[in-house]
Design a protein around this ligand. Structure first.
Ligand SMILES: NC(=O)c1ccc[n+]([C@@H]2O[C@H](COP(=O)([O-])OP(=O)(O)OC[C@H]3O[C@@H](n4cnc5c(N)ncnc54)[C@H](OP(=O)(O)O)[C@@H]3O)[C@@H](O)[C@H]2O)c1
Length: 314
C-alpha cells in the first residue's frame, strides 16, 4: 500500500489536501520506485494547490515537488541504484510514501550529503543557480527580497561567491537580520522604504519574490540598466508594470527544464552538491506525514528560521 497526500480540487492546502491509503500501481518499466525518507514544504509545493497554475495542471494530483528516498525497485540498466538514496524528481508528486520517477532523471545523492540537505536540493538550489547564470551578478549591487527564505539566502550567498559587489537582503521578519549579516548579506527591513529606495538606485539586478508594494517601490527607483527578475509572488499581490525603467524578467525553473537533456540535468546537480557543501543552510523541523496539517501551520509561521520537512515511515 501507498500513503499519499493528494488534492482532488483547487483550494487552500489546509482544507484541500487529504491523506489517503492507496494500493500501489504497477511500476512503469523505465521508472525507479523510491521509498521516501524526507520531503520539504516549500512555497512551490503549496502555491499550485491553490489553483495558481490552473491553466497548466489539473487535479487529482499528489502534492510535493521534491524530496529524498531510497530506491526499492529499478529497471535492469539502473539496478546499481537499488538500495541507494536518490532525488526522485520530475515524476509524480513527492508527498507520498512511494514515488515512481523516470530512472534517468533520478539524481543520485553523494554519501556526505545529509538526508535533510538532499531533500531540498532541487527547487531552490536549481532556481538560484539558473537565475545567477541567466541574470549574472558579477560586479553588481544585488538585491534579494523575501530574504528570510531559503531561495533568497542561496541566491544572496552564491551571488557573492560569483562576484557580486554587494548583496542587500530585504526581509519581512526581524528574526532573519542577524543570520543574513553573518552570511555577508546587508539586511534591510521591508518596511524601511527609504533604505530600499536608496539601495535600489544603484542596483544592477534584483531577484524578487514578494510582489505588491515592495516590487512597486523597487521598480520606481531602479535605474534603466537594472534587471528585475520576478520569480515569486509571496504577497499574492501583483505589481504595477507601468512604473518600470528596468528590464523585467519572469523566471520559473520549469521554463528551463524542457531544454535540458539528461546529461545537462545531472551536471546541474554536480554543481549544486558542490555549492551546497560550502553553503550554510538552516536547520529543519520534522513532521511525520500524518501530521501534515501541523507541518503546513509551521511553514506559515512568520519569522520561521527552520525549514519544514515531512518525515515518511520506513
Ligand atoms: N520561480 C521559480 O522557479 C521558483 C523556484 C523556487 C522558489 N521560488 C519562490 O521562492 C520564494 C521563496 O521560496 P522558499 O521555499 O525559499 O521559501 P521559504 O524558505 O519557505 O521561506 C518563505 C519566506 O517567505 C517570506 N514571506 C512570506 N510571505 C511574505 C510576504 N507577504 N512578504 C514578504 N515575505 C514573505 C517569509 O518571511 P518571514 O519569515 O520574514 O516572515 C519566509 O521567509 C517563493 O515565492 C517561491 O515560490 C520560485
Amino acid at each position: 500500500m501507498n500513503s499519499l497526500l493528494r488534492y482532488t480540487r483547487f483550494g487552500e492546502p489546509e482544507t484541500t489536501l487529504e491523506l489517503i491509503p492507496q494500493p500501489l500501481d504497477a511500476r512503469h518499466e523505465s521508472h525507479l520506485r523510491v521509498q521516501m525518507l524526507l520531503s520539504p514544504v516549500n512555497a512551490s509545493d503549496l502555491i499550485p494547490i491553490t489553483g495558481a497554475y490552473g491553466h497548466r495542471i489539473q487535479p487529482p494530483l499528489v502534492a510535493g515537488y521534491e524530496g529524498v528516498g531510497i530506491v526499492t525497485q529499478a529497471p535492469a540498466s539502473f539496478a546499481h541504484l537499488t538500495g541507494t538514496r536518490v532525488l526522485p524528481l520530475r515524476g509524480h508528486g513527492t508527498w507520498q510514501q512511494f514515488v515512481d520517477c523516470p530512472a534517468e532523471l533520478a539524481v543520485p545523492v553523494p554519501e556526505d550529503i545529509s538526508d535533510a540537505l538532499a531533500a531540498r536540493a532541487y527547487i531552490n538550489p536549481l532556481a538560484a543557480t539558473l537565475m545567477l547564470k541567466h541574470f549574472p551578478p558579477e560586479g553588481k549591487r544585488v538585491l534579494v527580497t523575501a530574504a528570510g527564505s531559503e531561495c533568497a539566502q542561496l541566491l544572496g550567498q552564491w551571488a557573492l561567491k560569483f562576484g557580486a559587489r554587494e548583496v542587500i537582503g530585504v526581509y519581512r521578519s526581524a528574526t532573519h537580520a542577524k543570520k543574513l549579516a553573518a552570511m555577508g548579506i546587508i539586511p534591510v527591513a521591508q518596511r524601511d522604504h527609504e533604505a530600499i529606495a536608496h539601495y535600489a538606485q544603484n542596483a544592477g539586478v534584483v531577484y524578487e519574490a514578494v510582489g505588491g508594494e515592495l516590487a512597486d517601490t523597487l521598480l520606481t527607483h531602479l535605474p534603466d540598466s537594472a534587471h528585475f527578475v520576478s520569480y515569486g509572488l509571496l504577497s499574492a499581490t501583483p505589481f504595477s508594470m507601468q512604473k518600470r525603467a528596468a528590464t523585467l524578467h519572469w523566471f520559473h525553473v520549469r521554463h528551463y527544464l524542457a531544454a535540458m537533456d539528461t546529461a545537462t540535468w545531472q551536471a546541474e546537480f554536480k554543481q549544486i552538491w558542490s555549492l551546497l557543501r560550502q553553503t550554510p543552510t538552516g536547520d529543519v523541523t520534522l513532521f511525520p506525514l500524518a501530521q501534515w496539517q501541523a507541518a503546513i501551520a509551521h511553514y506559515r509561521t512568520a519569522g520561521r528560521t527552520r525549514k519544514t520537512m515531512l518525515l515518511f515511515d520506513v
